[in-house]
Design a protein around this ligand. Structure first.
Ligand code: 3AL
Ligand code: ZN
Ligand code: ZN
Length: 481
């Protein structure tokens, strides 16, 4: 794939055949002490015990002791904003941060870049922008927008060109060239996707009573610096209304239904009350639906967000503590399937730190590098297991994105691996190396976390270890075939 001289720069190690050893390897069925044998970028054996050492040269063994060896994280929801808004993030900075955080694959959202990824041509621009500039593997969702929703040929071209699925919004997206869709658009999109067996991802909020919202803000009776003001402008009823409407369409995805084969994935669920109940009901009726939430909804609660600290602004908003506990319970019960970052940074100016205006600041949490330690740090208080972490961050997201050779430490899979130490604590202070383009917009800066990433392997390349990235960007653009 790469010439020899270049390939060497892809990895901190020269070997293409080696063993990764540890006393805590997370395989699909067990936690084992042993080794993962890697050859030509793939996992060729997973062996328990010590016997394998007898026939192995010592220079071929990378022994991580008691550090956890796990499949790399697959983040199905990240906005890298490249091409077109690289002053917000970009492929090189975003994927270096991913590698440092143990994320070995990420799927880029079709909006916030310019142009938006809504056609074969614009997807080609993405792929071109990614070439030689990504440190981990990157796939692409295409956009479902009013302009292409009733044009099945255009959607087919976008899917044939390799989009892993489609994404749409049911409320304004914040980006003018990515308008929102209604349930008719979504129905059309699903019927095209059914043929390809690829998912539709939906930002499920429908604006309720927009006039009421304006009234409240214009009156000036509430402070735009208070998080609770923002929360009132975007209540759980927005999520509930969107999900209710989506479920009228997902009925068709049931076995024997007109859209059998289609699948709907609800992104970043924040409301753990009525919205979640609706999803549970539909699932028990056989609708093909999955749902994700994000670490910021599990780590923070509305009551704790300081006045004017717009690093915490996102949509849907972070809700109250009781809701947060319900999200954890749903995740542990399996009613929420997986996690994603919804990493959505902007230029720092757009966070309006001087004014601290929650109503006008850019909405988006910057988190990509920290999702593993954040999930672990807050999750261990809820008694989560390593297998749950792998299910939420690797297995289920890989399946959603159609990546059957990713998401598990298993023979024949790509050697996409994160090695990390759950017991090591660290502070995200000024000295902490952060590879994201703008460290100051991340809501996690200043916090103390547990779970330090030791090493990251992508397709057998040791792309990150000991705080250092391999020099060359050898991630692969992932296209659906
Ligand atoms: N345009 C965009 O990235 N919007 C994202 N930001 C956020 O907080 N929620 C979103 O959907
Ligand atoms: Zn969204
Ligand atoms: Zn998003």
């Amino acid at each position: 794939f790469f010439p020899q001289a270049y390939r060497i720069k892809c990895s901190h190690i020269l070997q293409r055949h080696y063993w990764i050893a540890s006393s805590r390897i997370v395989t699909p069925n067990a936690l084992i002490s042993g080794a993962v044998e890697v050859k030509g970028g793939k996992i060729v054996a997973v062996v328990e015990g010590d016997d394998w050492r007898r026939n192995t040269w010592s220079y071929q063994i990378i022994d991580y002791g008691e550090a956890v060896v796990m499949p790399g994280l697959v983040d199905v929801h990240a906005h890298l904003n490249d091409p077109g808004r690289t002053e917000w993030e970009g492929f090189p900075s975003g994927t270096r941060a991913a590698a440092a955080g143990g994320v070995t694959t990420l799927i880029d959202m079709p909006l916030n870049s310019f142009p938006s990824t809504v056609s074969e041509e614009t997807l080609k621009l993405k792929i071109k922008a990614a070439q030689g500039r990504i440190f981990v593997d990157v796939g692409f969702w295409g956009g479902l927008v009013p302009e292409n929703a009733f044009n099945s040929t255009a959607l087919e071209h976008l899917l044939e060109a390799g989009a892993l699925g489609l994404k749409s919004f049911m409320c304004p997206s914040g980006i003018n060239d990515f308008p929102m869709t209604n349930s008719s658009h979504i129905k059309e999109g699903l019927s095209v996707l059914a043929k390809y067996r690829r998912p539709l991802l939906v930002h499920a909020e429908i604006q309720q009573d927009p006039e009421g919202e304006l009234d409240m803000v214009d009156v000036g009776s509430v402070s735009p610096r208070s998080y609770s003001t923002y929360l009132t402008t975007r209540p759980a009823s927005w999520e509930e209304a969107a999900i209710r409407e989506l479920l009228t369409v997902t009925k068709n995805t049931r076995a024997g239904g007109p859209a059998e084969g289609a699948h709907l994935h609800i992104v970043h669920l924040a409301d753990a009350r009525s919205s979640l109940e609706l999803i549970k009901e539909a699932r028990s009726s056989g609708d093909s639906i999955t749902v994700e939430t994000c670490p910021h909804y599990l780590a923070f609660s509305a009551e704790e967000i300081p006045d004017g600290d717009t690093r915490f602004k996102c949509a849907p908003p972070i809700r109250d503590t009781d809701n947060k506990e319900k999200l954890w319970a749903a995740l542990l019960d399996g009613n929420i399937d997986m996690l994603s970052s919804d990493h959505s940074p902007s230029a720092p100016e757009l966070k309006l730190f001087d004014e601290g205006d929650f109503l006008r600041a850019w909405g988006g949490i910057s988190s990509l590098q920290f999702v593993l330690p954040v999930t672990w740090s807050y999750g261990r208080k809820h008694g989560i297991s390593l297998h749950q972490l792998v299910s939420w961050w690797s297995e289920k997201p890989a399946k959603l994105a159609g990546q059957h050779l990713k998401g598990a430490i298993a023979v024949r899979n790509y050697a996409d691996i994160v090695v990390w130490d759950p017991e090591v604590e660290f502070e995200l202070d000024d000295d902490h190396p952060v590879y994201l383009k703008h460290r100051n917009i991340s809501a996690y800066m200043g916090s103390k976390l547990a779970g330090k990433v030791v090493a990251t392997y992508v397709r057998g390349n040791l792309v990150y270890q000991g705080g250092k990235h391999a020099p060359a960007a050898c991630g692969v653009p992932i296209l659906a075939t």
